[in-house]
Design a protein around this ligand. Sequence first.
Ligand SMILES: O=C(CO)[C@H](O)[C@H](O)COP(=O)(O)O
Length: 226
Amino acid sequence: MGIAAKIAPSMLSSDFANLASEAKRMLSLGADWLHMDIMDGHFVPNLTIGAPVIESLRKHTTAYLDCHLMVTNPLDYVDPMGKAGASGFTFHVEVSKENWQELVQKIKAKGMRPGVALKPGTPIEEVYPLVEGENPVEMVLVMTVEPGFGGQKFMPETMEKVRVLRKKYPSLDIEVDGGLGPSTIDVAASAGANCIVAGSSVFGASEPGQVISLLRKSVQGAQQNN
Ligand SMILES: O=C(CO)[C@H](O)[C@H](O)COP(=O)(O)O
């Protein structure tokens, strides 16, 4: 038995004007988590949602809100995101070299699950101290596109990072995000990813539930073969 597959539709591809019903639709179709992309228009060249939207959504669902903070100052977001009801708080290693220990501690103190993300160009070694420290993160998010926008092409060269991580940390939650769908999931699943973020491939499908189920089967199948 491998670690649990978590399929997380990226709400960035949903109709934001109907966020609560879109979230409920995804959960009814088998989603495990809801992936929430928080972008500040500075760390990435796009501006999306923040704590007020998480707080509003939380009133409509008890689901795990997997929040990916694409922001330059993640520390500023810990209190508001905790109060808003975020479940996971994943910050970027590129902007937290000086204060990741403080960040992880505060994220946990607010009842959230800490994760660390890295861009395609960032060496995997940079996350090792955060996974191995006394107060470790509980998930690594390997970005499989440049963060900022949905609908981009999956970068297969990022899979080497997933392979290295899975070998080194057999029970770690490893998330992949960007360009995942029926044509790319098998390579990510066999590399060792178990948490799968998918936006356009799910929301753009005529049968989103079938895509969610296919993503899960791929992860489970790869785990059985390993
Ligand atoms: O983090 C993101 C962008 O920075 C999105 O979650 C990601 O791109 C998902 O969208 P898609 O599946 O359409 O690529």
